[in-house]
Design a protein around this ligand. Sequence first.
Ligand code: AP5
Length: 190
Amino acid sequence: MNIILLGPPGAGKGTQAQVLTERHGVAHLSTGDMLRSAVASGSELGQRAKKIMDEGQLMPDELMIKMISERIDQPDCAKGFILDGFPRTVPQAEALDSLLESKGTALDAVIEMKVDEAELVSRIESRINESAQARSDDTVETLKRRLEVYREQTAPILPYYRNKGTLKTVDGMKSIEEVTDQIEGILQVA
Ligand code: AP5
């Protein structure tokens, strides 16, 4: 099972990826988590990532493509993986296709999680108010920028996958359990 969860900040990608990886024993590849680990380590990459993430901007494509190529080579990805936060631009999507093709594998489904903007803002604001879950890029200003970046740079991936026939959409406004059920329904026929 190789799938992508696509959606704007707060759509529930991380939440669903966690449930699905536990159920299906596949790897959860979250580029946001990988970058936050780099920030926590204080590495040069982490220092660069912190600045870009706190501005709500995207890290350079080449760097993210290299990061995901190395991660997909790890043994825990052999049974499959759920990509959460990658790809985020059309060049990233194209690079992923080439990478999977070179490995003789492919994507089973690309799942778009649709959520209204007011709900996204409300979910992230709740996270801001629960300090245990707070992230340094969860500020009202940065969230506005992250949503703009999603519309401008990430949403063009949707027609890319729609044209390939791999794009499926779920109603991400439903409860966490109901969204999981919708995704499981897609996976059964993928
Ligand atoms: P990343 O970590 O990927 O953040 P994001 O896309 O902004 O998404 P979030 O993690 O905020 O939201 P989510 O959709 O995972 O929702 P969640 O499950 O947490 O990226 C961070 C940054 O890293 C980027 O801005 C960029 O700078 C950089 N980056 C990462 N990847 C990159 C790449 N490929 N290229 C370049 N740069 C990259 O849920 C949100 C909240 O809602 C939670 O509190 C949750 O409990 C709640 N919730 C979830 N589902 C529901 C539901 N159904 N009903 C009610 N509440 C729900």
